[in-house]
Design a protein around this ligand. Structure first.
Ligand code: MLT
Length: 232
């Protein structure tokens, strides 16, 4: 039987053997929600970047450059990491590079997996369908916040597990994520309790929390190929 496991922060990912497995990167607030939105709006591809310097250097290669630190847009970049501030006319057909505090780093860390796909609540069902039809074991990689576990990524991991057919739930983290999701009645109200929702609310990004809690509103599947993320 295939197995599903949950890694609660990307800093913990070195403890997981991901060779030959599907890795699902989750950063509900907000990197995987934002990347999903970029591709949904018609971006050609999105390149996740670890450092601000490298991200900035891609401006010369015709990339839209986006960067966030501590939840805020970084000066000198075209956008921060807010999915609600993206303008479709700027994005359609464009190459986008994005450097965020945790999510873009988690995606880069997943290199070496059989496949890396991105999940948020916006595309939850598309991810579940893909996993149910595949034949490999799965690791749900929550980005977390600067090495700490967070509520919204764990909740989304639980939502994926709840939709899986015939998977062995291998670990305590997977059991915890599923229990959290199964005992949540209202996603938005629960997400609002999270530390990152509180952080973002202080920076004019309250609207992002509601946007990122919408389930299956952007039914697409972002997949990492080499260094870039495309729609499947
Ligand atoms: C991250 O990578 O930690 C984020 O997506 C932070 C944010 O912009 O909300």
């Amino acid at each position: 039987m295939r197995s599903v496991d949950v890694c609660l922060t990307h800093q913990d990912f070195d403890n997981y053997d991901h060779e030959g497995k599907i890795v699902v990167v989750i950063d509900v607030l907000r990197a995987t929600s934002t990347i999903n939105t970029l591709l949904f709006l018609g971006a050609d591809h999105v390149r996740p970047i670890g450092s601000l310097e490298e991200c900035k250097s891609l401006k010369g290669d015709d990339y839209i450059i986006m960067a966030e630190r501590l939840g805020k847009k970084v000066d000198g970049f075209d956008y921060g990491n807010s999915p609600t501030k993206l303008k479709e006319k700027d994005i359609r057909g464009k190459k986008v590079a994005i450097a965020t505090s945790n999510g873009s780093k988690a995606i880069i860390k997943s290199e070496g997996s059989e496949k890396t796909i991105l999940c948020s609540f916006l595309n939850l069902e598309s991810v579940i369908d893909f996993i149910n039809k595949s034949e490999s074991d799965v690791i749900l990689l929550c980005s977390g916040w600067l090495g700490k576990t967070n509520l919204e990524d764990t909740l989304c991991a639980g939502g994926i597990i709840s939709g899986l057919d015939n998977f062995e739930i291998e670990s305590d983290t997977a059991l915890m994520a599923k229990a959290l999701y199964d005992n949540t009645n209202n996603l938005l109200e629960t997400m609002k309790l999270s530390s990152h929702a509180k952080r973002l609310s202080g920076y004019d990004n309250k609207i992002d929390i509601e946007f990122c809690s919408r389930v299956n509103t952007q039914p697409v599947l972002p997949i990492l190929r080499e260094r870039d993320i495309f729609l499947s």
